[in-house]
Design a protein around this ligand. Structure first.
Ligand code: ZN
Length: 423
């Protein structure tokens, strides 16, 4: 725990400017068991800064990754939409890079093999690198070779010595989660063959700000990137971003394609300059833009509480759907406990029977909704709200409605059609 003035984890500049302060929060993936309910629970500040030099939005490392990721409750394969996304990516990239049974694909933070399994199906050699032993085990059961490790310089060198470099090196939703950003990117460079390609996906800071997605800020996410900033981070390790795509995943993500600076075989796409220009036009090179965000967040808290107070006064019942990390940030920041939300449900059996961190809202299996017929279902993983509304359209049988909190509190009927709040 540091008391000294924080410095930028990329460029070392002293961090003086708050981006948004979400107060004291528990670790958003530390689900609470029945036997832990009466115990103390650690809370840490969730205070983000923006660097005035490189515009990296970041959180201090209040908690080490070892504490967070050694047993991780997030199994990627519980979202159909995410699996579909993974499958489409594999089809695209195998074709684009001409990968075959002589190629080597490595994924960092490979989770439960949700993605690599599709390379395995095509006979393309893979290796997963995953720090959480329990999710790595699930990958191995699927036939996805996985080592339990954090990527660092030493491990990267050992791996290259043992198996050679990667033709394709993938890292999805991991760049935000490494406290030692420069060492991590340097390790990626070591792992990459001279002609290899890195692709990484991470939430795009521009969409986070535009969509008011403050609930995607949590202790596990140390950094929040624009393309312009991530380019600086990669260039510092002599890696060049040569293409970029904007994706709808996680509320708006970027997929970057990087190569060694010296690899002239892959020209830089016009898309890189276009997006860099678009970010400039959105004000991402101007500190003032960042300062406007915090008030937008406070207003969301007021309007969500306003809605909940109104419906509870009307003696209506509200339950949650999902127990994602982002839900926990939102609920803890707003102070919503079982006084507002009777319970939540999640498809992941690992979470069922446990309680949300901080708020201690109980988590059941999805069947609970049909049993208790609530008036409102608050969708916490709003990024997959369409999928959830389709799965839960049966709440129309008793006149149930959906509430989506982000970007602003919005009501939907059971068919997923937005309705005006007439209360
Ligand atoms: Zn910086």
């Amino acid at each position: 725990m540091k008391n000294v003035t924080p410095i930028c984890r990329f460029c070392g500049t002293t961090l003086k400017h708050t981006f948004v302060d979400l107060g004291m929060q528990p670790l958003c993936e530390s689900y609470v068991g029945l036997d832990q309910l009466n115990r103390m629970e650690p809370f840490y500040p969730l205070h983000t800064y923006v660097c005035s030099h490189c515009f990296l939005v970041q959180l201090e490392e209040y908690v080490s990754p070892e504490e967070i990721f050694s047993e991780y409750a997030y199994f990627s394969s519980y979202s159909d939409q995410w699996l579909e996304h993974a499958k489409n990516y594999v089809e695209m990239i195998v074709d684009r890079l001409g990968l075959n049974e002589r190629s080597q694909v490595v994924e960092v933070a490979s989770n439960d093999g949700y993605l690599l399994q599709y390379f395995v199906e095509r006979g393309i050699p893979v290796l997963g690198v995953e720090p959480a032993a329990n999710v790595a085990e699930a990958a191995v059961e699927k036939g996805v070779p996985t080592v339990v490790e954090f990527l660092g310089l030493r491990f990267a060198r050992e791996l290259v010595a043992k198996r050679g470099g990667a033709d394709l090196l993938i890292g999805n939703n991991v760049l935000a989660q490494v406290p030692g950003l420069n060492e991590f990117v340097a390790s990626m460079k070591i792992l990459l063959k001279p002609s290899g390609v890195i692709t990484m996906e991470f939430p795009h800071l521009a969409r986070l700000m535009e969509g008011n997605q403050f609930d995607t800020i949590y202790h596990e996410h140390f950094s929040y990137f624009s393309l312009s900033t991530v380019e600086r981070v990669f260039e510092a390790q002599s890696l060049r971003i040569f293409d970029v795509e904007e994706l709808p995943t996680h509320g708006g993500s970027l997929r970057i394609y990087a190569r060694h600076v010296g690899d002239g075989s892959k020209p830089v796409s016009f898309r890189v300059a276009d997006l860099r220009d678009a970010e400039r036009a959105e004000g991402l090179m101007d500190l003032e833009t960042y300062f406007l965000f915090a008030e937008k967040v406070r207003e969301t808290k007021r309007s969500l509480l306003d809605f909940l107070i109104r419906v509870k006064r009307g003696r209506k019942s509200v339950v949650g759907y999902g127990a994602p990390g982002k839900g926990n940030t939102l609920l803890n920041y707003c102070g919503i406990r079982s006084d507002f939300l009777d319970y939540t449900v999640d498809r992941n059996p690992y979470k069922q029977g446990k309680f949300l961190p901080g708020t201690h809202i109980p988590i059941f299996g999805p069947g609970k909704i049909e049993e208790t017929k609530p008036d409102y279902v608050l969708i916490l993983p709003w990024n997959i709200k369409g999928e959830i509304m389709r799965q839960l359209s049966y709440i129309g049988d008793w006149g149930g409605q959906f509430v989506v909190p982000i970007p602003k509190v919005t009501l939907y009927n059971a068919n997923g059609i937005e309705i005006n709040d007439s209360n």
